[in-house]
Design a protein around this ligand. Structure first.
Ligand SMILES: [Zn+2]
Length: 262
C-alpha cells in the first residue's frame, strides 16, 4: 500500500494536526480497528471472531456453569493455541499514541480493546473499558494472576479451567464477559476524561457497542472537536465527527505525528 495522496485525506490530516497542536485536553478513544494491523481479529464484521465462534461461550452464566468449555475457546482465541500461536505486538498507531502521552499532548486514552497493546506500547493513562486479557482473576478469592510468557510456558493454561494457586478457585480472564458490568474504575475514568476533553481522536471504532460508544459522544457534548480515523463510515461519522480521515490507523496517526514534529 502506497501513501494516499487524496486531497481530502491531506486536508483532514492538516486539520487534525492543527486541532491537536492547539488542544489543552486531548483524549483518544480506540476500537478494534487500531489492532487489526497487529493481527488481532475483530469480534464483529467480516472475518470477525463471531463468524466462527459461539458467542455464548463468553456469557458469564455459561462460563460459571462450564468453565472448561468456555476456556477451550478463550485459550484458542486470546492466548495462542500452541507452538504456532504468536502473541500480537503493538503497531505504529499504538506507538504514536504512547508517544503523544509522553510528550504531554494526550491527556487520556480510552480503549474498547482487551488486547493490552496500548499498555504494551508504553501508554500509562489508559482506561481499559472492557478489561484485558493480560490478567486472570480468581472467582473465589479475587487473586490476580498476570498472564506472562513464562506463566504460559509454565503450563498456566495447560489444563482447563486454570485454577488459583491460593484457593483452588476457577480463574477467569479479566475482560468483560456478556452479562457482566463495565469495571467501575475504568468507567468513571473514561467519562471524567471525556467530560473535560477539548478534542477527541476516535480510532477504529464502529460506535455500535454501548456504553463505550457514549465516551466520544460525551466529549463532543462537552465541546470537544472530534477527529475520526477509520477507512469507512461509522456510527460516529455523520453524527459527531468533525474531521474524518479515511485511512488505516497506522498511516493516519503516523502522518499526523509527522506534521506535529515538523
Ligand atoms: Zn483464589
Amino acid at each position: 500500500m502506497g501513501k494516499s495522496t487524496d486531497s481530502a485525506v491531506e486536508l483532514g490530516i492538516e486539520r487534525a494536526a492543527a486541532i491537536i497542536r492547539a488542544s489543552k485536553g486531548l483524549i483518544a478513544f480506540t476500537g478494534a480497528g487500531i489492532s487489526v494491523e497487529s493481527g488481532v481479529k475483530p469480534f464483529r464484521g467480516e472475518g470477525g471472531i463471531w463468524e466462527e465462534t459461539d458467542m455464548g461461550l463468553l456469557e458469564i452464566g455459561r462460563f460459571n456453569a462450564d468453565p472448561a468449555a468456555s476456556w477451550a475457546a478463550i485459550r484458542e482465541l486470546f492466548y495462542g493455541s500452541g507452538p504456532g500461536g504468536r502473541r500480537p505486538e503493538p503497531n505504529a498507531a499504538h506507538r504514536v499514541l504512547a508517544r503523544w502521552e509522553a510528550e504531554g499532548r494526550l491527556a487520556y486514552l480510552v480503549t474498547q480493546n482487551i488486547d493490552g497493546l496500548h499498555s504494551a506500547a508504553g501508554s500509562r493513562k489508559v482506561a481499559e473499558f472492557h478489561g484485558s486479557t493480560r490478567e486472570l482473576v480468581c472467582r473465589r478469592c479475587g487473586a490476580r494472576v498476570p498472564v506472562t510468557e513464562e506463566a504460559l510456558m509454565g503450563g498456566l493454561l495447560g489444563s482447563l479451567p486454570p485454577r488459583c494457586a491460593d484457593c483452588g478457585g476457577v480463574l477467569k480472564p479479566d475482560f468483560v464477559f456478556f452479562g457482566e458490568g463495565i469495571p467501575s474504575a475504568a468507567y468513571e475514568a473514561a467519562f471524567s476524561a471525556a467530560a473535560s476533553a477539548d478534542a477527541c481522536v476516535v480510532v477504529g471504532s464502529t460506535g455500535v457497542v454501548y456504553p463505550a460508544a457514549q465516551v466520544p459522544i460525551v466529549a463532543k457534548r462537552s465541546g470537544a472537536a472530534v477527529i475520526e480515523i477509520d477507512p469507512g463510515d461509522t456510527e460516529f461519522s455523520a453524527s459527531i465527527t468533525d474531521v474524518h480521515i479515511k485511512l488505516g490507523a497506522s498511516e493516519a496517526l503516523s502522518r499526523i505525528d509527522e506534521l506535529l514534529h515538523r
